[in-house]
Design a protein. Structure first.
Length: 442
């Protein structure tokens, strides 16, 4: 199967089955023996097409004489692929984008749809000037939403909070594919030695400036080919996510609860900082996700992580007053990690920001009841929105006066000011992440 046809197959599954792009892409690529060049091209086509989403459809409407919903789904996806290549991939020849789309239409459509696909894409190639974005000054939200392919409701929120210029920088940052970041498994190897191993496996890498265990990989073969991964020498984990365990500051012998622990990145990091001595209870409401935590712990050679299935809102019913430290990396809207999940921006709704804070507060309150006097509570999310971050912490502190907010920024590997830490893609070049550290009074 050629690259474009494979991309079409994956995109079809994403749209028809609401599948997650990163999951279905990895599944399809790993099941085929693709050359690195083809693997990169398929990834670009899939991620690019689903990321540009509503902007792509808006462009397409300039060249189509009928409602998009009346176009057969597979033909619509062929057009989306073609338009993406014409407008966003300057290195792809126009002839290749059009001709390959026509060939796909021949295979998945009929004579009429072949002519339709050919006419639409040839017209778009000849007359790109038909696409005119809204005026930035007159309607900045519409302009930024279409120009940088973000839902307009999100853009409007950010403009109100950050201003137009900062919002534009944030949207631009969300559209840059970040490099792969991994965490050294310090129970088996140090960072310098791991980097040597990675270089031997054709990985181009450099040290993270944020986390002492972190490594940034710029170019690498398929993960499944890396022996160092199979040997448990590292865990794939975002840089901002690595900072959370350092803020928690677990010690050997502690009993630590990771309240929303799957797939185990933070749980295993905590265990490594504890030198695999003590106990880490990693909780998730879904058994299949808890199973992934167990698999990761086993691969990394970690024996103190106990991955269990339960609702984190009920932690206090079993573990009240027992834990030395608790991490609540709460379920959230994920608006801080849009650059990592290209399709996710189109799945977000304003309703999330109304519903999630109650869940976050319930989990945080239940988790807090599990902590011993003098123990540490860390609350984190991968979002940028105050309803899920600052407002949750402030409400929690008001309702739980025995807890004291600490200078969270001073516990980061790279120190910074602030009792509440908010990281931003456009300012910090990491995922949008929020962290707050609190201590229970004795």
């Amino acid at each position: 199967m050629k690259a474009r046809e494979l991309a079409l197959t994956i995109i079809g599954e994403i749209y028809s089955k609401q599948a997650y792009a990163n999951i279905v892409l990895a599944k399809e690529i790993n099941s085929r023996h693709l050359q690195d060049q083809d693997r990169r091209f398929v990834t670009e086509l899939v991620y690019g097409t689903v990321k540009t989403g509503e902007t792509l459809d808006w462009i397409l409407k300039h060249y189509v004489d009928r409602p998009l919903k009346k176009i057969p789904p597979v033909i619509l996806n062929i057009l989306r692929l073609g338009i993406y290549q014409l407008f966003f991939l300057s290195k792809v020849p126009v002839s290749a984008a059009c001709n390959e789309a026509v060939e796909l239409a021949k295979k998945y459509g009929h004579g009429g749809t072949v002519k339709f696909v050919n006419a639409v894409l040839r017209n778009a190639a000849r007359k790109p000037e038909k696409v005119v974005y809204p005026d930035r000054q007159e309607n900045p939200a519409a302009y930024l939403a279409l120009r940088y392919y973000h839902p307009e409701w999100i853009v409007s929120r950010w403009i109100e909070r950050l201003g137009v210029d900062a919002c534009e920088k944030l949207c631009q940052a969300n559209n840059i594919t970040p490099p792969l970041s991994i965490r050294t498994n310090t129970l088996k190897i140090d960072r310098t030695a791991l980097m040597g191993r990675l270089v031997d496996e054709d990985v181009s890498c450099e040290i993270s400036q944020w986390a002492p265990e972190g490594i940034i990989c710029r170019k690498f073969p398929a993960m499944s080919r890396l022996i160092s991964l199979q040997e448990g020498l590292f865990q794939v984990q975002d840089e901002s996510s690595m900072m959370v365990a350092h803020v928690l500051d677990p010690q050997p012998g502690d009993f630590v609860i990771d309240a929303c622990g799957a797939p185990g990145g933070k749980s295993t990091h905590i265990a490594a900082l504890m030198r695999n001595t003590g106990r880490v209870l990693s909780v998730d409401i879904h058994e299949h996700k808890a199973a992934i935590t167990r698999q990761n712990a086993e691969r990394l050679g970690i024996t103190i992580v106990d991955a269990v299935t339960m609702d984190a809102e009920n932690l206090d019913t079993l573990y009240a007053g027992q834990a030395d430290r608790v991490l609540v990396d709460a379920p959230c809207s994920g608006l801080g990690v849009l650059r990592k999940k290209p399709d996710s921006r189109w799945r977000k709704t304003p309703q999330m920001l109304k519903e999630l804070p109650a869940l976050q507060m319930n989990i945080l309150s239940s988790a807090a009841a599990c902590i011993k006097p003098g123990g540490t509570l860390v609350y984190s999310t991968c979002t940028t929105e105050p309803e899920e971050n600052q407002e949750v912490v402030q409400r929690f502190l008001k309702d739980h006066p025995t807890y004291i907010l600490q200078e969270t920024g001073q516990f980061l590997p790279v120190k910074r000011a602030g009792s509440l830490v908010q990281l931003w893609p456009h300012l910090d070049d990491v995922d949008g992440f929020f962290i707050a550290r609190m201590v229970k009074g004795k």
